[in-house]
Design a protein around this ligand. Structure first.
Ligand SMILES: Cc1cc2nc3c(=O)[nH]c(=O)nc-3n(C[C@H](O)[C@H](O)[C@H](O)COP(=O)(O)OP(=O)(O)OC[C@H]3O[C@@H](n4cnc5c(N)ncnc54)[C@H](O)[C@@H]3O)c2cc1C
Length: 381
């Protein structure tokens, strides 16, 4: 059996490795002409995502390039410490959630796939596909095509595969927030290693963590009209944070600000698969980044899909099992993440209410058990 994997982001190479592990031939087709070595800021790979990567023996190299971040401390824009929550759980071998540059995560996973002799072809943007008999044929923008037994979509939140599979599928929802980030060297800032500081500022949300090297990695979520992109984000961000009682504005001033990107998630999709084609990762269930789970869910999908294909009598049965197992979990994460994002985009009145309620909410979530449903999930092969 051969699977065509569309998209070489985070989910694509992991899916390829997982399917190869259960004896399925794979080939990855990526729209861009080259790898995404320099794309993106950084992201949280939660303990559940690392647990899934561990199944494929692919987590160690990522840890060596990442910052352990097992805790989150929440602050108000007035400088008040609101509370603390665990960022993931400790795995049985001691592994905790880590923060990693997206480019490092991508490069490590892609190289791992290449070491498994998995063919990745760049410059192959899927424009259409069709099924005939027992085969599916993917057609690319450059006029070429490829044929296999299955087509697995790992083509992200704006998935072309999804648009073909179900033209009536709901469109991605803009969260009302732009995401930006930066890295500052040697800030000399007091920062506890291992802690993600999250600041619900007056006008925008700010998160940062201080690495043992002294570098500070930060991101901002800025409420903004979609498409309202300034020539230079830095002064806009400095203005957004200058009335907060912490160092957000100063950190932004000292940084090269990574370009801003609008944050989307996906409403629940009515259809995840049809015939020989299946949606996975962000293509099926993009979550806003507030839960820090998007990459981890895509990685879990890969492992679960491989098991379903191995243990089922047909791809139809495998896809149905995959959906039944994954849908309740991922939809719960998307909904949870959306609630947090809405708090970040709160207007002036909602903000007052939020700042009053947050300490109670955090107290409730302070116990490791309250978010255990999200973190204590072991994707198994
Ligand atoms: C600002 C921001 C911050 C985030 N922070 C976190 C975080 O802290 N933790 C976390 O877990 N997740 C985070 N995420 C989410 C995470 O990046 C995604 O959930 C994850 O990358 C999903 O993997 P994927 O493989 O499904 O899609 P992607 O990684 O987006 O990969 C899709 C790939 O498909 C390719 N492609 C697209 N269309 C086509 C086509 N027609 N033909 C061929 N190829 C195509 C793309 O070029 C891309 O390489 C964040 C996302 C954003 C935007």
């Amino acid at each position: 059996m051969k699977a065509l994997i569309i998209g070489c982001g985070i989910g694509g190479p992991v899916t390829a490795m997982a399917l190869r592990e259960v004896g399925i031939d794979v080939e990855i087709f990526e729209a861009y002409g080259q790898g995404a070595e320099d794309v993106g800021s950084f992201l949280n790979v939660a303990s559940n995502g690392l647990a899934a990567l561990r199944v494929l023996g692919a987590h160690r190299k990522i840890l060596s390039r990442a910052i352990p971040t097992p805790r989150m401390v929440m602050w108000s824009g007035t400088g008040k410490r609101l509370g603390e929550v665990a960022n993931g759980l400790r795995l049985d071998d001691g592994t905790v959630s880590h923060t990693v540059l997206r480019s490092d995560l991508y490069r490590t996973i892609r190289d791992e796939a290449a070491q498994h002799d998995i063919k990745i072809t760049y410059g192959k943007r899927l424009v259409s596909y069709d099924e005939s008999g027992r085969r599916v044929t993917a057609r690319f923008e450059d006029g070429t095509e490829a044929t296999g037994d299955l087509l697995i979509a790992c083509d992200g939140v704006h998935s072309r595969t999804r648009a073909i599979l179900d033209p009536g599928a709901p469109a991605p929802r803009y969260s009302g927030l732009y995401s930006l980030g930066g890295i500052v060297r040697d800030t000399g800032m007091p920062g506890e290693p291992g802690v993600y500081n999250m600041v619900f500022g007056k006008r925008a949300f700010f998160g940062y963590t201080v690495a043992e090297s002294g570098e500070t990695w930060w991101f901002a979520n800025l409420p903004r009209r979609l498409g309202d992109v300034p020539e230079d984000w830095k002064p806009v961000l400095v203005r957004a944070f200058e009335d907060d009682a912490n160092s957000s504005a100063e950190l932004v001033r000292r940084s090269d600000v990574h370009p801003g990107a609008p944050i989307y998630d996906l409403p629940p999709l009515p259809i995840w698969h049809r015939g020989r084609v299946l949606l996975t990762g962000d293509a099926a269930h993009a979550t806003s980044p507030s839960s820090g789970q998007g990459a981890s869910l895509a990685i879990e999908d890969a492992v679960v899909l491989a098991r379903c294909l191995r243990d089922s009598g047909s791809h139809t049965e495998a896809f149905a099992r995959f959906e039944a197992e994954r849908r309740p979990r991922v939809e719960r994460v998307v909904a949870y993440s959306r609630t947090i994002s809405n708090n970040k985009a709160a207007g002036p009145v909602a903000r007052v209410f939020r700042d009053l309620m947050l300490p109670f909410f955090l107290k409730k979530s302070a116990s490791q058990e309250s978010l255990a449903w999200m973190y204590r999930y072991q994707a198994s092969l």
